[in-house]
Every structure is written in C-alpha cells, then in structure tokens.
Ligand binder design. Structure first.
Ligand code: ASP
Ligand code: MG
Length: 618
C-alpha cells in the first residue's frame, strides 16, 4: 500500500489555477504567429492564472528534418532521429519565450529533459513514465510563463526521446495532469471537433462537447484531430481539454467525460479512405489460430482493425481484417509466413476499400442504430463488404469509389448537422472561460499521478464475462447492397435486440453475418432469421445457443500494441476457440463457446493481472 497522498506545499488551486496551453505547428509557423500565441499566453496570465505553454515545431519543420535525415540514409538510427527531431521544438520554445519577453512579461523555455519528462527508451515513439513538476512550479511561482518543448523527453540513460508524430498534444495533456491544471487548451488550425471532416463535408457541425471515449474512437476511425495518446491521458486523469482555434476567439470543443447530449446515438462519423482488406482462407477452426496470426502481426507492430472470422468449409475458417493501405506490403509478408505455418489455403487482399465508421456513447443503450446505418447505405446502392461493431462504434468497409458518398450518407442519416436539443454543459457561451475543476477532483487526480509507477501504463478497468447471449450466423448470403439492411430491419421489426454484429465476405462472393442476441430471445430470433434466409433464398442460419462474451476494457487497449494478441494467446493456451472478435479503442470483445466462459475469464484475468485496476478511482 502506498502512503496516503499529501498534496505538495505549493498546491493551492483555489487561489492560483494553472492553465496549460498548447500551440501546434501551424500556430507558431512564423514570427507573427508566435507573437500572437505569446499574447494568448499573456492574456491568460493577466486573467490570474499560472500559465504553461507547450509548443510544437514551427510549421512543417518536423517533416523538413525527417526529409533531411532521409537524404543521408534510408535507415537513420532511431536514437539520432530523436536527437534531430527534438531540435524543432527547441527552436520554437526559445522564440516563444523571446516573444513573451518582448511583450514585457517574464517567460522561460525548457526542453523535455530540463522539465524532467522521463520516458522509456523506445526511440521515435517513447512513452512517458514520469514528470517532475518541481522545476515548473518554481518558475511559475516566480511569475514566469513556462514554455515547454512538446513531443520530447529523456530516458533513464539521458538519451533524448520523442513521443511519436503529433506528440506535443500528449506532452500538453500530461503536463496538465501532473500539474493539477484546471484546463488544457489545444490551440490549432481548426476551431474544434466536427461531426465529420469539414473539408469533405462543409455541412459538418462543430460539436460543443464530446466524451473522451467518443474522441478516441473517432480519432482511430480516421478523424485526425489530436494525438490519441493525449486523449487517453486526459481520460485517465480527468483533464478537461479545450480544442480551439489559434486564429479566433470562438469557443471550440470541450473533451470531457460526458457526451454532448446524453440521448444522441451518434456523435460523429469518420472516413479512413486508404484501407485494405486482407483475408487468410482455410485456416483450422481451432484454438490457437487467431493467436498464430495476430501474434506475428503484433510482433511487427502493424496496427490492424476490424477483425472478422467466418466459417469456411469442413472445420476450416477464413479470417479477414482491415489494415491501412500503407502497411499492406509489410503485412502480406507476415501473412505469407502465417499461411505456411497454418497450412492455409490462400492469402488474398483487396486494397480498393475505405472504412466508414459512426461513433456515439448513446448507441450502447439504443437499438436500431446499426440497422439505420445499413439501410441508409442500401438506399444509395452502396455495398457493404465488411461490418464490425463494438459498443460505441460501427465500422463498415465499402469500395473506395463510394467512400465519400457513404460518409455523406451516414452523416445525413443521423442528422449530424443538426445540434442536439438537450445539450450543453461546458464551453458554451461567448467566452473561453475554462471549466473549473473543483479541488477534490484535482487532489484525486494528483493522488492518482503519485500512485502510478508509469504514467502511460496500460490500464485495464475491467474484464467482464457475459453469459446471457446466443449467436446466430447467416451463411452464404448474396453479396449485394441492401442485404445487411434487410436483415437488421426485420430483426428490429420483430423487436430483437442485437449486440455484436460481424459481417465478412465468405467464398464465391457470399457473405456471412453473425450476430449475438439475448439467449432468452433465441427462439424468437431464430424464427425470424429463418424467414429472412428463406426470403433471401440462402441456406438456413446456424446458431449456438450458448456462447460467452468476454470483454476487456480500459485505456491504451489499441495504442499499446499487442493487447489483442496477448488476449488471443491466453485463450489459445487455455485451449479455447474464438467465434467472434471485435476490437475498438476502449475495448476488445471475443465470443467463445458458452461452456468455456469461466475458464476464459480466469485466463484473461491472469494474463492482465498487472494492468488490472481494482475499483476504478473516478
Ligand atoms: N513536431 C512534432 C510533429 O510534427 C510534434 C507535434 O507537432 O505534435 O509531429
Ligand atoms: Mg504537428
């Protein structure tokens, strides 16, 4: 047991609140912009706050540095790469401090090392272990604005490290967390978070507020607003984040625990245009197959999404997943090896697909959301090639030529341009009044910081077992637009609540759709399912009356590579076969045979024992 937490002597947020402001590359792209950023910092100070600003490298400077390295060698040593890239931020902190001085105020610039941002030694994508705040507090108490270099840290052996592209966001939120800041303002070239990318859809709406989980899912689904790890930080330590424009004073978007409107099923839609689908056909449908495939991929650190397993012929299965098109070459090598090891039939890919996702906390408690999405796409004649759902996200793969139309269609179907009626807590109103966190919340946050031995550690909040479900699989449906829509319309009409949905393309352009339903509703669901199959003239659906669903949820599930793979390994070692898999930023679900539920739960609890927090603090 750690000793009871005592707040630092200089902790008095009621009289002096700390604000962290972060200025991205475009916000400090030239001297004029640096002066404008300096004025924002000074204004916050004049408002009575202590101010820490985090700055990124000017404009495209990081790209320029990367390009320079590439002119020397294709394979720069990662340590030297970090040494090089960290200079970008060192330039901007110095200039920013000079700018503040020139405007008549005290400021001091500090590098990551000078602040004491200690990271692991994974060069070019290091994770933060700890931050010492003494030095910053000392300068703040003397009346300085502290200018901190974003994106960089130092490892135990004094090597300079960087946090990965876009990492200044993470520096900013991390500083806000450990300093007990009341707010973290992210100044950028957009004025907030939109329901979808406004460059693709001008009618997209800026949301006043969004929850951490929604932001995490949207970001990984293709909405490039903030570094995902920064949102994980914010969520873990309850840091309110205000995303807003450097070039205007309009209030932007608050990222907090609560969604904008509690009853809204969908808060945003995202498009990831350059995706590929990879399928390995004819792998043995027995324990260990998923592990054999995904451990290889995890070992190479290639992020994948939308994992789908479908029944093949004679006890064999096909597995598909989506991957960024950039990683296709790399992953096909890995898959060829897996094919040999598993004696699989073939590995195929389609690199002409795009992923469209909708996200919303509200969909966890509402029915018919997936059906509405599929119907809207069907009405436009857009074929869905793959589906996966998690509690707060639905993703589909469509042909790339339909990508933008598909995005437009779902954005319209959920009326995302229309502000919700029952919304708004923070960020409203004309002024940028930062949300005030109360002292107990701040103290709780600092206590958590003090107790975590590594700040960016993988945190598993819970591992849950749900034994109330059954699974139905529609096999061999013709792969034409409208099929998923019809299936879900009819299930919804019969009042059947569907939980997980997974659709894959099977053989000869036939699709399989698996769904889980409440076991109590199995009979009723099967009757409807048979009718659906009849009307689509496809084989009778198969089912498993007793399945167990295991969910691992927490923070860093995707950004820490290998969580899914550890999960598959643990299950494989317990000889447990996987039926369905779905992954998201905040949780991984697997469905296994109903007889294995308790064993699977025990295996997972053991595997993740060191990351599992009991009773999640806040
Ligand atoms: N300068 C770094 C980059 O461009 C870090 C950042 O901007 O957040 O990735
Ligand atoms: Mg940047």
């Amino acid at each position: 047991m750690p000793p009871p937490y005592a707040p630092p002597d200089n902790f008095f947020p009621l009289t002096m609140s700390i604000i962290v402001q972060k200025f991205g590359g475009t916000s400090v792209a030239d001297s004029k912009k640096i002066l404008a950023a300096a004025r924002k910092a000074i204004r916050a100070k004049m408002d009575g706050h202590q101010v820490v600003t985090v700055v990124s490298a000017m404009g495209q400077n990081t790209d320029v540095l990367i390009d320079l390295a590439k002119q020397i060698t294709d394979n720069p040593p990662p340590r030297e790469m970090d040494m090089l890239l960290a200079t970008g931020e060192q330039v901007s902190v110095a200039l920013m401090a000079m700018a503040i001085h020139s405007l008549g105020h005290e400021a001091i610039s500090l590098t990551g090392a000078q602040i004491g941002i200690i990271t692991d030694s994974t060069h070019t994508k290091a994770r933060i272990h700890s931050i010492s705040t003494d030095r910053i507090h000392k300068y703040l108490d003397r009346g300085n604005i502290v200018i901190a270099a974003g994106f960089q840290g130092i490892d135990d052996a004094f090597n300079i490290t960087t946090l990965g592209r876009g990492g200044s966001d993470t520096t900013a939120v991390a500083l806000a967390a450990v300093l007990g800041a009341v707010s973290c303002e992210i100044y950028t070239d957009v004025d907030g978070v939109y329901t979808t990318d406004p460059r693709i859809m001008p009618e997209a709406r800026r949301v006043a507020q969004i929850s951490y989980d929604e932001m995490l899912e949207l970001a990984s689904a293709g909405a490039a607003v903030m570094h995902n790890r920064s949102i994980e930080f914010a969520k873990n330590f309850s840091v309110p984040v205000h995303v807003r424009s450097s070039f205007s004073d309009v209030p932007g978007t608050m990222i907090v625990h609560e969604p904008e409107a509690p009853n809204m099923a969908v808060c945003g839609a995202a498009l990831s245009k350059d995706e590929a689908r990879v399928t390995i056909r004819g792998v043995p449908d027995h324990p260990g197959t998923a592990h054999a495939i995904f451990s290889r991929i995890a070992a190479k650190n290639i992020p994948i999404d939308m994992i789908v397993q479908s029944e093949g012929a004679q006890g064999m299965a096909d597995m598909s997943f989506s991957v960024s098109r950039d990683d296709l070459g790399h992953i096909m090598q890995v898959m060829e090896e897996a094919k040999k090891e598993l004696n699989a039939e073939a590995v195929t890919f389609d690199d002409d697909v795009a992923k469209v996702s909708v996200v919303g906390l509200g969909m966890a408690t509402q029915t018919g959301v997936a059906g509405a999405m599929f119907t809207a796409l069907a009405e436009k004649g857009i074929n869905i090639e793959m589906i996966t759902t998690s509690e707060i996200k639905i993703s589909v793969l469509v042909a790339r030529e339909h990508a933008v139309e598909a995005l437009r269609t779902v954005h319209g179907a959920f009326q995302l341009s229309v502000p919700p009626r029952d919304c708004m807590k923070h960020g409203e109103g004309s002024q940028a009044a930062p949300m005030k966190l109360d002292t107990p919340t701040l103290l709780r946050r600092l206590e958590k910081v003090a107790q975590l031995e590594r700040l960016e550690k993988l945190i598993i909040d819970e591992i849950a077992l749900d034994e109330t479900q059954a699974m139905i699989t529609f096999v061999g449906l013709a792969d034409i637009p409208g099929l998923a829509a019809q299936t879900f319309d009819e299930l919804a009409e019969a009042g059947i609540v569907v939980d997980m949905i997974v659709q894959s393309i099977g053989r000869e352009n036939r699709a399989d759709i698996s769904v889980t339903v409440k076991r109590a509703e199995l009979e009723k669901s099967l009757a409807v399912a048979k009718e659906i199959a009849k009307s689509l003239s496809c084989p009778m659906p198969t089912y498993a009356a007793k399945v167990a669903k295991l969910s691992v949820f927490g923070t860093g599930i995707k950004s820490h590579s290998g969580v899914a793979s550890r999960m598959f390994r643990a299950l494989s070692e317990s000889r447990i076969n996987l039926e369905l898999i779905s992954t998201s930023e905040v949780r991984i679900n697997v469905v296994v045979d109903g007889a294995c539920g308790a064993r699977a739960l025990a295996a997972l609890k053991k595997e993740f024992a060191d990351s599992l927090v009991s009773g999640n603090g806040e």
